[in-house]
Design a protein around this ligand. Structure first.
Ligand code: GLN
Length: 305
C-alpha cells in the first residue's frame, strides 16, 4: 500500500462537509458530522486503527446482519428463507417492499427495515426481552473485547419518533408475516438498532464474517461458515440499500451501513473493516465513509470482482 491509512483518512476529511447527520431520530442529530474513524482487523488478528476509531455510536442498521445470524442459528436456513426473501430491493431502507402483488414475505429483504422487523420475530426466546438479550449476547461474542452497550437515549428517541417503522410493522401484521404483538416486536428492533460500539467493534464483527465465522484473534469457530457466507451474500446485494450497485462498483466488498454513521465491511478471507463518519448521503449511507472505503479498496486491492 503506497499511502498510509492516516493519509487516506486525511484525504477524506473534507467529504464530511458534504453529508448530513440523520435527524429523523432526533438524538442522532447531536453527532459531530466531522468525525471520521477507521479500524481494520485482518483474518490473522493484525489490527490497525486511525482517527476517531474509539468514538461510540449506535450501530442502527448494522445490527441487521446480526439479527439475521441469530435467526439462522435459531432456525436454520430453510425456516429463515420461508419467512424472508433474499432479493435486492433497490429501494430505500424504510421503503414498503411491495411489488404489484400482495405483500409477501419473499418481497422482504433482511437488510431493510421491513425484513429486519420480520426477522426479530424469528429469534427464539420466551419474551421479547429474552430475545433481545440473546441478540446482545451474540453481538458481544462477535465483537470480542470491543465495547458493546445500549444507548438508552437513542432507543427512546427512535421509539417515540417511529411512525414509518410502526406503519411498516403493522403492515407485516396485517399481511400475516408477523403474528406477535407489534409493539413488542418493534421494541426489540429499536433496542437492537440502539446498540452502540466503535470502529473496533465493527471491524471485529466484520472480521468474523470475513474469516468463515472464526474469531480472527483465536481462530475459534463462533458461527458456522455457511451462515457467514449466507449473510455476506445478502450484504453484497442489499447491504447499502439502493446504493448497493454503486458500492459494488466503487468498493466491491460485502458491507452494511447504518444511519448512525457506521459502515461494517467484510473482505472475505482478508479482513473486517469498521468505519465511522455520521454525515450521510441522500441514501442514508456515510458519505466520507464510502469514499474512505473506495480509496482503501484501490490501495489494497480489496474488490472481490
Ligand atoms: N433504526 C433505523 C430505522 O429503522 C435504522 C435505519 C438505518 O440505519 N438505515 O430507521
Amino acid at each position: 500500500m503506497n499511502a498510509s491509512l492516516e493519509e487516506l483518512l486525511t484525504s477524506c476529511r473534507s467529504y464530511t462537509d458534504l453529508g448530513k447527520v440523520a435527524s429523523y431520530i432526533p438524538e442522532l442529530q447531536k453527532s459531530d458530522p466531522h468525525r471520521l474513524g477507521l479500524c481494520i482487523l485482518s483474518c490473522h488478528g493484525e489490527y490497525q486503527a486511525e482517527g476517531d476509531a474509539r468514538v461510540l455510536f449506535t450501530v442502527q442498521s448494522i445490527i441487521k446482519p446480526i439479527l439475521l445470524l441469530q435467526a439462522l442459528l435459531d432456525n436454520g436456513v430453510d425456516v429463515v428463507r420461508a419467512h424472508v426473501g433474499v432479493e435486492a430491493t433497490g429501494k430505500p431502507f424504510d421503503a414498503i417492499n411491495y411489488t404489484d402483488q400482495i405483500l409477501d414475505s419473499q418481497h422482504l429483504n433482511p437488510m431493510v427495515n421491513m425484513g429486519a422487523i420480520a426477522v426479530c420475530s424469528l429469534i427464539h426466546g420466551g419474551s421479547y426481552e429474552e430475545r433481545f438479550q440473546r441478540l446482545l449476547a451474540l453481538t458481544r461474542t462477535l465483537a470480542g473485547d470491543a465495547p458493546i452497550q445500549v444507548n438508552e437515549a437513542v432507543y427512546r428517541s427512535e421509539k417515540s419518533h417511529a411512525t414509518k417503522n410502526r406503519a411498516l410493522a403493522y403492515l407485516l401484521k396485517t399481511y400475516g408475516i408477523i403474528h406477535d404483538d407489534v409493539e413488542e416486536v418493534l421494541d426489540c428492533y429499536f433496542r437492537s438498532c440502539a446498540i452502540s460500539t466503535d470502529c473496533t467493534g465493527l471491524a471485529r464483527i466484520g472480521g468474523v464474517l470475513a474469516n468463515q465465522g472464526r474469531c480472527p484473534d483465536t481462530q475459534k469457530a463462533l458461527i458456522p461458515p455457511e451462515y457467514a457466507r449466507f449473510v455476506n451474500a445478502i450484504l453484497m446485494t442489499c447491504g447499502m440499500y439502493d446504493g448497493s450497485g454503486d458500492f459494488a462498483v466503487r468498493v466491491g466488498v460485502p458491507a452494511k451501513s447504518g444511519v448512525g454513521g457506521g459502515i461494517m465491511a467484510v473482505v472475505p478471507g482478508r479482513m473486517g473493516i469498521g468505519i465511522y463518519s455520521p454525515a450521510l448521503d441522500e441514501k442514508g449511507n456515510s458519505l466520507a465513509g464510502i469514499r474512505l472505503l473506495e480509496l482503501l479498496s484501490q490501495a489494497m486491492d480489496l474488490s472481490i470482482f
